[in-house]
Design a protein around this ligand. Structure first.
Ligand code: ADP
Ligand code: MG
Length: 656
């Protein structure tokens, strides 16, 4: 069987993805290989495919016990004999696995690094043909990497203990130069074929927001994404709880995931999300590893993660189906402290000694700095990420000169998908920093109202007021202090009634930054000398704003109408009704239900039966015969014979 045939027969794919074929070829001809591909890039296939084609058993070293189990389950389901060896096995299961391995029953064996030097394993392999050794998540070998595991250092001892050195392949998604060099050096890769494939995800739109009130900003973001599936990442369990409650209160079908929940509840909630019973998952970073849900259309970070690697990985769970998706980071200065606390109090890596721990911590602080710079940069966000991962790119950088006047404008823009529709000047067009068109707006009238209000209030009281009270007077507020000071008697009282308070504050900020207003030592507002020009000489005041939404150009869907413009801190507008997901009566839904039933019968997760991508392709092609069924992406021979009839019958019944 040649590689194309094997690709189709076992994995059900008709073509290779970027980088896969070259890496497979290298391994097949016995050359070491080094694949650097983003999460979901398809690294597993690069070693699984040669493993099936070559003589002997392939040893795959992988750090994550839960993922091993999943991978082995998926392989078995494709008709590939596989097993895993890790601490989750009982001693009896271990004995059985070893015996089967010795009898040559497996093509692929996953093993945890700390088991490599365990009694028995190396000695069994002594008399066996090993097709290749693949090191997955190879960055774990580097102290500069984000998940340094000292047990990975034993891999080299293990390989050197073998009578003959097999072909060695390493794979990772994190690839700063330093880590890459470490992997090659420590693993002693020999003249490896190294391939770096696209870290660029053209369908992802990166945004950074710095909201005053995260809770209301989140509500606004979610309201304008009704019926869409998304993940909200929070830094702590407590935040997951409160954010999830908050969303449920506004009628959003949300569920939650963190390490404090029982296994049972986590599984249930994850299932609800994966099966779209719940559209929003609120979670800590414990959620997402190995989740193959393709229709996630937004990932919002309620807090800034500890590193850009983590951010890229978590945000990258959006848009796997290739549809446009949003990655929104909500950043506040407090996030830095939370991240520092998490770095200083690590919960996971018990393998490290104190020296190693200190080193890792130092690296973690550096990585945090990179993350903070991402949150603060005015340059192209997409370019920033690619630069960090060492990928050359040619789209432009933002010139960094234009920025939003307010966070609110940016939020509105993100909600209305404005960024992605407009022509851009210098940037990539995919991120909130690569600004689009701005226009100067004449705000002379508003400026005059504000300035005269400040003047009249201080004339009346003999002292000056802060921005909050001035805003309340202008908006005609019946707040206690306004009334008790008699400010409702001013001629400027209620002059800007109907204008949102946050917008009035924006105008005031603008007048401060342009020097028409000053603040005194108490933080109260005072008129500057040049403000006379505006009040008495009709000098014009301009503020730059993004071009307003052109209704005729982008016909407003129901969705954008409902999304409206929600201003930060304006609670009154935030009770927009949030409708339940529309019942899906499509063929896809029919197939999804069938997949669910089959998965339950076999007691495996649904995506082990077929991925969402396969299901979508199936719904599109609607195969009515077994031959047609084999054309569906992700359908190999074993899966076709196992599930084909059920799906073909269902499709025929649906169409007829
Ligand atoms: P990684 O290990 O790089 O994160 P995986 O190996 O888990 O990624 O693959 C991610 C997804 O891509 C899987 O659902 C897999 O079936 C799919 N995939 C891999 N290679 C191909 C291919 N050549 N064609 C279509 N889908 C593929
Ligand atoms: Mg992988």
């Amino acid at each position: 069987m040649d590689k194309q045939e094997a690709l189709k027969t076992y994995f059900g794919h008709s073509s290779f993805r970027d980088g896969q074929e070259a890496l497979v070829d290298a391994i097949l001809r016995g050359q070491d290989a080094f694949g650097i591909m983003p999460t979901s890039g398809g690294k597993s296939l690069c070693y699984q495919l040669p493993a099936v084609m070559m003589e002997g058993v392939a040893i795959i070293i992988s750090p994550l016990i839960s993922l091993m189990k999943d991978q082995v389950m998926a392989l078995k389901n494709m008709g590939i004999a596989a097993a895993y060896i890790n601490s989750s096995l009982s001693s009896e299961q271990m004995v059985t696995a070893y015996r089967n391995m010795q009898n040559g029953l497996y093509k692929i064996v996953y093993i945890a690094p700390e088991r490599l030097m365990g009694e028995g394993f190396a000695s069994i392999l002594h008399d066996m043909k090993i097709s290749l050794i693949a090191v997955d998540e190879a960055h774990c070998i580097s102290q500069w990497g984000q998940d340094f595991r000292p047990s990975y250092l034993k891999i080299v001892d293990f390989i050197e203990s073998l009578p003959q050195r097999p072909t060695l392949a390493a794979f990772t998604a994190t690839a700063t130069k330093q880590v890459r060099e470490d992997i090659v050096r420590i693993l002693k890769l020999q003249d490896p074929l190294s391939i770096v494939t696209g870290f660029d995800r053209p369908n992802l739109y990166y945004h950074v927001l710095k909201p005053n009130k995260k809770a209301s900003t989140l509500r606004s973001l979610i309201s304008s994404r009704r019926n869409k599936s998304g993940i909200v990442y929070c830094a702590t369990r407590a935040l997951v709880e409160s954010v999830c409650d908050d969303l449920c209160d506004m009628g959003v079908p949300a569920t939650r995931y963190h390490a404090g929940l029982s296994d049972e509840e986590r599984r249930q909630n994850q299932d609800d999300f994966i099966h779209d019973h719940k559209s929003v998952m609120v979670a800590t970073n414990a959620f997402g590893m190995g989740i193959d849900k393709s229709n996630v259309s937004f990932v919002i970070h309620y807090n800034m993660p500890k590193s850009l690697e983590a951010y890229y990985q978590e945000a990258g769970r959006a848009g796997r189906d290739g549809e446009k998706a949003d990655c929104i980071l909500m950043y506040s200065a407090g996030d830095i402290n939370t991240a520092k606390f998490l770095i200083a109090n690590p919960s996971d890596n018990n393998e490290l000694n104190s020296d190693e721990r200190r080193l890792v911590m130092e690296q973690d602080y550096k990585r945090l700095d990179t993350m903070v710079s991402y949150a603060k940069t005015t340059d192209c966000l997409r370019g920033y990420i690619l630069d960090y991962f060492g990928q050359v790119h040619d789209f432009g950088y933002n010139n960094g000169q234009i920025s939003y006047e307010t966070e609110q404008q940016k939020l509105n823009d993100i909600n209305q998908n404005e960024l992605r529709e407009q022509p851009h000047i210098n940037g990539c067009g995919n991120c909130s920093n690569c600004q689009t068109e701005f226009q100067k707006v004449d705000i002379t009238a508003q400026a005059q109202m504000i300035l005269s209000c400040i003047k009249r209030a201080s004339d009346k009281l003999g002292y000056t007021l802060g921005a909050t009270l001035i805003t309340q007077i202008l908006c005609g507020s019946a707040e206690k202090r306004v009334i008790s000071l008699g400010l409702d008697g001013l001629t400027t009282y209620g002059l800007m009634k109907g204008t949102n308070k946050a917008l009035v504050r924006d105008y005031i900020e603008h007048l401060l930054s342009t020097g028409y207003l000053l603040t005194n030592n108490y933080g109260s507002l005072e008129l500057s000398d040049i403000s006379r020009n505006v009040l008495y000489n009709d000098e014009k005041v301009y503020m730059s704003q993004i071009k307003p939404y052109a209704a005729d150009k982008y016909p407003s869907s129901k969705e954008t109408q409902v999304s409206g413009i929600l201003l930060d801190g304006d609670e009154s507008q935030q009770n927009s009704t949030y409708s339940q997901p529309i019942e899906d009566t499509s063929l896809y839904e029919e197939l999804r239900q069938l997949r669910y039933k089959l998965a339950q019968l076999e007691n495996v997760p649904a995506y082990i039966v077929f991925s969402n991508a396969s299901l979508a392709d199936m719904a599109r092609k609607a195969p009515r015969t077994m031959t047609e069924f084999l054309n569906v992406s992700g359908v190999g021979e074993v899966k076709a014979s196992r599930y084909g009839k059920a799906f073909v019958d269902a499709i025929n019944a649906f169409i007829d």
